[in-house]
Design a protein around this ligand. Structure first.
Ligand code: SF4
Ligand code: SF4
Length: 351
């Protein structure tokens, strides 16, 4: 299988912003739409939330705790309200509002692209797709830390597909690349005049990924053809506590559970959906008390196969974007890169 080749930096030219101009531009964006950006949470964590104060918007961060998917597939969402007495229900209005997602890393956009694929297939998932409408994304470069491995899954830092603008921070300010017409329109409205885009080649500082998968990403589906019965799954599960954090924080995981909650009056209620994850013991529980994956090693294998085989076989793309969340937030220090490299070692020893 040859995977789809991700594009890298596509742009129509750039302008240069010093730090003050960047702040003014962020304020301008806040007046155009709801601006979602990274903000500090506690000492060393980051979250995406609506910007209220330009000085709190963070441009340099490794990753947020929760991915952008929370804005399109909320952790908890009411699907319908019902009345058992009248045997009736209504579907809550789905508000759509223009939102600009500012300072987004390339792996986050690739994850949205993967969610779009999954939610458009078969019966399109209207709640997700409605919330996706009117979204603009302004990307930004990042410096890989010990958990990022985008390049190993074919994803360059400068991949701009799906973005309207892309920011490359420099010592004295920022290069603002125009990726599409929406980006050019924003810049033109900001400066109130025709924007003269520079097109001379610039060379941003090269950024190296510290962590790498041993094989080229095109070879990973073949590795997963051979590792269903690998001993690696049991070794990993000896450390795993089955908390599901790796699923719930993964930007490409989209499984959910649906529950009916009845109010104390026993008449009114609502149907809600919640994020769910295949690493949780209850995920594969079925009526009659059966559980298709009651062992942790089966759940670990399933999680990895969903990222590198099952969905890849019909989408042609890996479902892991190398964000490193599952590793950096795992309470048992289980590294997805180590799992894959151990599988590769086993395959190469046996071939
Ligand atoms: S986050 Fe770590 S400990 Fe928790 S389920 Fe995932 S691999 Fe296991
Ligand atoms: S599997 Fe891990 S590294 Fe890959 S996209 Fe999900 S959270 Fe990120």
């Amino acid at each position: 299988m040859h995977l789809k080749n991700p594009l890298t930096l596509q742009n129509k030219g750039y302008v240069f912003f010093d730090s003050e101009t960047m702040k003014t531009f962020i304020s301008f964006l806040m007046n155009q739409a709801e601006l979602i950006a990274a903000h500090k949470k506690g000492e060393s964590s980051y979250v995406f939330r609506a910007a209220e104060n330009v000085d709190e918007v963070i441009l340099d961060y490794p990753r947020t705790i929760q991915p952008l998917k929370k804005f399109f597939l909320p952790p908890r969402e009411t699907l319908l309200n019902f009345n058992l007495e009248e045997n009736d229900f209504d579907v809550p209005d789905m508000e759509t509002k223009k939102r600009i997602f500012f300072g987004v890393h390339s792996y986050e956009l690739q994850a949205i692209h993967i969610l779009d694929y999954n939610f458009k297939r078969g019966n399109p998932e209207s709640n997700y797709l409605k919330k996706r409408e009117e979204s603009l994304f302004i990307g930004i470069s990042y410096t890989p830390d010990e958990y990022h491995f985008g390049k190993s899954v074919g994803l360059e830092i400068e991949k701009t597909e799906g973005m309207c603008l892309y920011i490359e921070p420099m010592e004295a300010g920022y290069y603002m690349f125009v990726v599409d017409d929406n980006g050019l329109k924003l810049l033109t409205e900001f400066s109130s005049e025709t924007v003269a885009l520079k097109t001379e080649t610039i060379k941003p500082q090269p950024k190296e990924f510290q962590k790498k998968i041993k094989y080229h990403y095109n070879r990973l589906p073949q590795v997963f053809d051979k590792v269903y019965d690998s001993s690696v799954w049991k070794k990993v599960s000896e450390k795993c506590v089955g908390c599901g954090t790796c699923n719930l924080l993964c930007p490409t995981c989209y499984c959910f559970d649906v529950r009916d909650e009845i109010e104390l009056d026993t008449i009114n209620g609502k149907r809600e959906r919640f994020w769910d994850g295949c690493m949780l013991n209850t995920f594969a529980e079925a009526a009659g008390g059966e559980n298709f994956r009651d062992k942790l090693h089966n759940r670990t294998r399933h999680r990895l196969f969903r990222k590198f085989k099952y969905i890849t076989e019909h989408s042609g793309e890996l479902s892991c974007v190398g964000c490193g969340r599952c590793t950096s937030f795992c309470p048992a220090n289980i590294s997805i890169i180590d799992i894959i490299n151990n599988l590769i070692e086993e395959v190469s020893l046996n071939s």
